[in-house]
Structures are given as C-alpha cells and as structure tokens.
Design a protein around this ligand. Structure first.
Ligand SMILES: Nc1ncnc2c1ncn2[C@@H]1O[C@H](COP(=O)(O)OP(=O)(O)OP(=O)(O)O)[C@@H](O)[C@H]1O
Ligand SMILES: [Mg+2]
Length: 260
C-alpha cells in the first residue's frame, strides 16, 4: 500500500495521514511515513515530542541530481542509494513507524527569486521515496501543482481530504480529475470537519454528481485541535475520540478494498 493524502491547505491532510499511519502500524507491518510538505509537521501527529522533532535531520534537496528527460521533464534522481537515505535520515516515530522528512527547498540566490530547481529536487525526492518499502503514507503539500510534477508517481491510493465548503470541494474535484489522469488505482475522498448531517449530505451530493467515492466522514472534533495544541498525536491523546474513531473506520475501509 502506497497511500498519499492531498487536498486544500488546512483541510486535515497531516492529521489524517499521521493517525492512519499509527492505526496501520498496530498490525505489526512496518510503515514508512513521508513528510512531503516543504513546511513539515507530520512528526507531531505521529507522536514525536518537540525535542525529538528538533533532532530530525531533514533530507537536503541537494542529494538529488538531474537525471533523464521523461515527457520533456527532467527527472530528479538521488545521488545516494535509497537504503542509505533511510539509515541516514529516517527517524523512529512510533512502533513500526519510520519517518522521513523532506528539506525545505533552498532559496534562490538573492534577487533571482527562483526556487524552481530546488522545488523540483524536493518533489523528485518525494516521488523517489514513495517507491520505498511496501507500505508508505505520504503527507503531500497542499494544492495540485506538485502532482503535475509527478510526486504521486508511485502512489496507489490517493486520499483527497475535503472540508464541507464549496471551494474545498471544488479543489477536491480538480484533484480527483488529475488523479484519474495520472491513473492512480484508488482515488477516495475523506470528508473532514463535518459538523452535522447537512454538511455530510452536501459533500455526498457533490461527490455523487462528480463521480467521486467517499471513503469516510470525520466529524469536526476539538480533541484533534487540542492534541495539536499539546503537540501530541491524536492517536495517543484520545484514541477513543470521535475523530480518531472515524479515521479508524477509514483504515478498515481501506483494508476492505484490498490495496496491496
Ligand atoms: N476533524 C477535525 N476536527 C477539528 N479540527 C481538525 C480536524 N481535522 C483537522 N483539524 C485541525 O485543522 C487544522 C489543519 O489540519 P492539518 O494540519 O491536518 O491540515 P493540512 O491539510 O495538513 O494543512 P496544511 O495544508 O497546512 O498542511 C489543524 O489545527 C488540525 O488540528
Ligand atoms: Mg499538513
């Protein structure tokens, strides 16, 4: 299983990626969690403390170099073997969970303002790392741009996280369209921060109209915000909270789909 969470900024990608990872890890399968957001924050939702987070060595974009040109796009490839990347930069985040965190794209030289090459390196690295191991959960950066650059090349399940308001759903629809173009085998929507039945109905109606499958509904749950404030994993903070329980249900749904 190679799963990625995508969606609009603030929709809940990191919360859901981190909590799902912990739930999958309960089964004793090793999971590689990848923080593919240039502003990383997956570590806390997995359960690392502030001092542990401060010790994480981010993978520098400079370990990527230009490779072949595919469909007119120059691919970025790592300069050191994958195993070395994990042993050098991987962090034990929880039982059966290793975490890799991307570096920030380096800033362009003063005045040039160009971060393209560096962004490209980070994105190439996200794609490359997603090919690691059997089970990966990647927390992607917000928006669509990176998907066009191939970050989801190895992903077999795209979890599109959306909130019950029109712009979020519209963004989800575009993400679903792009994911179909990329031929990602499983494309599912998680309805997050749902306040009531009319929120849920609005999401379900929208998704029906656009042929998007809803895999689960996560209620608006203050426990998730509180966990974040305390820099704790929602999974550790309140495993029985409605938010964590509904993410557990999503994990069961994913299992029942038989994603490898
Ligand atoms: N179901 C929920 N109920 C209440 N709050 C939630 C819920 N899901 C996420 N949140 C809160 O919403 C905020 C954004 O969540 P999160 O960081 O997971 O989103 P994101 O999509 O990863 O954001 P970004 O695009 O900035 O990376 C956080 O404060 C988080 O605690
Ligand atoms: Mg995030």
């Amino acid at each position: 299983m190679k799963l990625a969470t995508v969606g609009k900024g603030g929709s809940g990608k990191t919360t859901i990626a981190g909590t799902l990872t912990r739930i999958f890890a309960e089964r004793g399968n090793k999971i590689l969690a990848i923080d593919g957001d240039p502003n990383p924050n997956l570590a806390h939702t997995l359960g690392l403390t502030r001092s542990e987070v401060e010790k994480i060595t981010y993978i520098p974009p400079s370990i990527m170099k230009q490779g072949e040109r595919v469909n007119d796009v120059v691919q970025m490839v790592p300069t050191i073997p994958r195993e070395e990347i994990i042993s050098e930069y991987g962090v034990k985040a929880a039982p059966y969970v290793d975490l890799l965190v991307m570096g920030q794209p380096a800033h362009g030289s003063a005045g040039s303002g160009c971060m393209c090459a560096s962004h490209r390196a980070v994105r190439g690295l996200v794609a490359e790392l997603t090919a690691f191991g059997e089970h990966t959960v990647t927390d992607m950066e917000a928006g669509l741009e990176h998907l066009k650059r191939g970050t989801a090349r190895h992903v077999d399940m795209m979890l599109i996280v959306a909130e019950p308001y029109y712009r979020s759903l519209e963004a989800a629809m575009r993400t679903a369209e792009l994911s179909r173009e990329l031929e990602i085998p499983f494309i599912k929507l998680v309805a997050n921060k749902v306040r009531n039945s009319s929120d849920e109905e609005a999401i379900r109606t929208f998704c029906d109209q656009h042929g998007i499958d809803v895999i689960g509904v996560v209620p608006l749950d203050d426990n998730l915000v509180e966990a974040e404030r305390l820099e704790k994993a929602p999974y550790d903070f309140k495993p029985d909270s409605p938010g964590v329980q509904s993410i557990r249900k999503i994990a069961q749904e994913i299992d029942s789909l038989g994603v490898n």
